[in-house]
Design a protein around this ligand. Structure first.
Ligand code: NAI
Length: 338
């Protein structure tokens, strides 16, 4: 039987990629350009599964509707699953994800943001295009010998640590579950968040968005950081309280911000608003700083990662419909105090 999959948030590059990989699987793919939410969930009618991306809004209402339409599977084509109400899905509809597709893609984008901000590549590009060859305002710093704080040393964080070590940086890290074997091998020091805030010249975020990590970068944590600190976020937008970050940028406490994610990104990212007025004043303010680089949740976007994403997604779907063991299921864990 050929299963019908509604693929949401499908851009041309997704359609090309999925169609190529699907030659081996033969699913019926129905592509929709919108990200899945309560307004368009009806597009999943007559489908066996939905395939969704980072900005889908899969709350209890969407899950109820998917279940009533007879959809059996939510296949996330990303690692994070903070946008799915897992408690509501439990026992009613299965959720799978792609836990790893290329940690290198995200780690290398993180490095690109740091180097661009530090050496003002984004500004130099425009300056030389205007025949302006002045260096005023472009004084950078050697990364070698500086201290970086890596928050979250999972698959991506560990590649970031390796890259930073390659630059000759001192690496401090914080993780709920420290990887001591890796720390010893690479030479990083696990420490507290407080110490990272106190000592790091650059702070980079690679932990998941959870109740504990939401808004971990806020006025209180920024206050503890070094003057002129660089903050890089390729994790999830809500790790940072954006208005507090803006206050830090205005005061000069925060020297640079590299943001591949933004807390309200779902309204904008992946779409072209170039002939419209930007109505999100917080995003507009962020974009007005010349020491901030915003990229549109593109850290994952390499050929290798895209191919891996499509292959793992299709394997997940096939495993589900052929009753194989699900390696990549997102399992609901009941909170311990309930
Ligand atoms: P991972 O699961 O391998 O690593 C996450 C690490 O964070 C683990 O070591 C975990 O122990 C740690 N952690 C969990 N809670 C924490 C807390 N409260 N404080 C500190 N550390 C904590 O995940 P991976 O693959 O490294 O991805 C990390 C995050 O990057 C994902 O959750 C996702 O949000 C984001 N991501 C962003 C992409 C992009 O294109 N910008 C693409 C892929 C992932």
């Amino acid at each position: 039987m050929s299963y019908r999959i509604a693929v949401f948030d499908a851009k041309k590059y997704d359609i090309d990629n999925f169609n190529t990989v699907n030659e081996k699987y033969g699913f019926q793919l129905r592509f929709h350009k919108e990200h899945l939410d309560i307004h368009n969930v009806i597009l999943a009618s007559e489908c066996d599964a939905v395939c969704v991306f980072v900005n889908a809004v899969i709350d209890a209402a969407v899950i109820n509707k998917l279940v009533s339409l007879g959809v059996k599977l939510i296949a996330l084509r990303c690692a994070g699953f903070n946008n799915v109400d897992i408690a509501s899905a439990a026992g009613r509809i299965t959720v799978v994800r792609v836990p790893e597709y290329s940690p290198h893609a995200i780690a290398e984008h993180t490095l690109a943001l740091m180097l661009s901000l530090n050496r003002r590549i984004h500004r130099a590009f425009w300056r030389t295009k205007d025949n302006n060859f002045s260096l005023n305002g472009f004084l950078g710093f050697d990364m070698c010998g500086k201290t970086i704080g890596v928050i979250g040393t999972g698959k991506i964080g560990r590649v970031v640590v390796e890259l930073m070590k390659g630059l000759g940086m001192r690496v401090l890290a914080y993780d709920l579950y420290p990887n001591n074997e890796f720390a010893e091998k690479i030479g990083l020091e696990y420490t507290s968040l407080e110490e990272i805030y106190r000592q790091a010249d650059i702070i980079t975020l690679h932990c998941p968005l959870t109740k504990e990590t939401e808004y971990m970068i806020c006025d209180k944590s920024i206050e503890k950081m070094k003057d002129g600190v660089m903050i890089v976020n390729t994790g999830r937008g809500k790790l940072i309280h954006t208005k507090h970050l803006i206050d830090g940028l205005v005061s000069g406490k925060v020297g640079f911000a590299g943001l591949d994610v933004y807390e309200e990104e779902s309204a904008y990212f992946y779409e072209d608003f170039s002939d419209k007025v930007l109505t999100d004043e917080t995003l507009a303010r962020l974009l007005s700083f010349n020491n901030v680089i915003v990229t549109s949740h593109q850290a994952f976007f390499t050929k290798e990662a895209m191919t891996n994403i499509a292959m793992t997604t299709m394997d997940n779907i096939l495993d589900f419909f052929t009753n194989k063991e699900l390696k990549n299921e997102v399992v609901y864990k009941k909170p311990e105090n309930n």
